[in-house]
Design a protein around this ligand. Structure first.
Ligand code: PHE
Length: 350
């Protein structure tokens, strides 16, 4: 029947033209839906004679089968195309160069601290670390710096408006010197045992770490690093300090002709006290005295706060700035570059 044949062609054409599954379902409804063309044809059979019903009914059912087959074929084609597109969208281009993990490196200040630790380590110094939030007593009082004494204002300390469990005021430590006291007290039992058997061990330690002061310019940062040094024994003298520190600087800067001088100064926790200056024997800074550390013989009051008897224990302490040493070693002119976290600067030290 030509009419049915035309209907089939039309359905096939509309299915083929449907670009999406949703539109295909709309097209299906136009032919096979409740009011679709084929459904309408079937309904019209009711008015025919039994014979005609049979004949035309069979033909229409055949047409319906053919349209359903065309519909399924188009459904399959659309699903396959969709899968294809999805696979294409997710395709990996295996010819692209891989994205590699960046090569990290140690921060120049960390490298300077590691160098300091290894040089002092080779001279028998232990390495200790301590808290950056300190008590008032540790930062000042124990270091012979009484409450309300003007020497406290030598350091523009960040005070914390908070007390610890023992009711002591807190601050961000303005120097690593509290570590002298913490380390000595932490080893009190060892010292007592040694004193009892007459062996009298020494305290020989460095304590690097972060310190804080209200200060910020090209050579000062509110957060900076210090490294404390302490050597206490029965007969440790200023001479030992000079030898140890000069040797350290010569090794650190790989300059065997480097010179030091000890310039009288004042610190509440040392007496006598000295500022340590150094001068390179070669290089662009040759011939200029550069201040690198504070130092001195530990004050008897401080030795007492270590829990030790100043009649028997004597020695020296020093405090230096690893940031400054790193600036000198790597030729960096602005301290702030170390702490900006700019990879263009930092990656030069990898
Ligand atoms: N703590 C001192 C400072 O911050 C340095 C120092 C340490 C001086 C040890 C003498 C002895 O400036």
């Amino acid at each position: 029947m030509a009419e049915l044949q035309a209907l089939l062609s039309q359905a096939q054409a509309e299915f083929a033209a449907a670009p999406t599954a949703a539109e295909l379902e709309n097209a299906k409804a136009r032919f096979l839906g409740k009011t679709g063309r084929v459904t309408e044809l079937l309904k019209s059979l009711g008015s025919l004679s039994v014979d005609e019903k049979k004949r035309q009914g069979a033909e229409i059912n055949q047409l319906k089968g053919a349209i359903e087959a065309a519909l399924q074929a188009r459904r399959d084609a659309l699903a396959a195309a969709e899968l294809d597109a999805q696979l294409k969208a997710q395709a990996l281009d295996v010819t692209l160069p891989g994205r590699q993990r960046g090569m990290g490196g140690l921060h120049p200040v960390s490298r300077a601290i590691e160098r300091i630790e290894s040089i002092f380590g080779s001279m028998g110094f232990d390495v200790a670390e301590g808290p950056e939030i300190e008590t008032d007593w540790m930062s000042f009082t124990a270091l012979n710096n009484p409450e309300n004494h003007p020497a406290r204002s030598m350091q523009d300390t960040f005070y914390v408006d908070m007390k610890d469990a023992q009711g002591r005021w807190l601050n961000l430590r303005p120097h690593t010197s509290p570590m002298q006291v913490r380390y000595a007290r932490a080893h009190a039992e060892r010292h007592a045992a040694a004193a009892a058997d007459g062996s009298m061990p020494e305290i020989r330690v460095i304590a690097p770490g972060r310190t804080y002061r209200v200060d910020s310019d090209a050579t000062h940062s509110p957060m900076f690093h210090q490294c404390e040094g302490l050597w206490i024994g029965q007969a440790i003298s200023f001479k030992d300090l000079k030898v140890v520190f000069t040797e350290f600087l010569r090794e650190f800067f790989e300059d065997s002709g480097l010179q030091t001088r000890f310039r009288p100064s004042y610190f509440p926790f040392t007496e006598p006290s000295a500022e340590i200056d150094m001068m390179f024997a070669s290089g662009p800074l040759k011939g200029r005295w550069l201040e690198v550390a504070g130092s001195g013989q530990v004050h008897p009051n401080v030795v007492r706060n270590y829990g030790l008897d100043p009649e028997h224990w004597i020695g020296f302490a020093f405090g230096m700035g690893p940031d400054r040493l790193a600036m000198l070693r790597y030729g960096v002119s602005d301290l702030r570059l170390f702490f900006d976290g700019d990879l263009r600067f930092l990656s030069q030290f990898r």
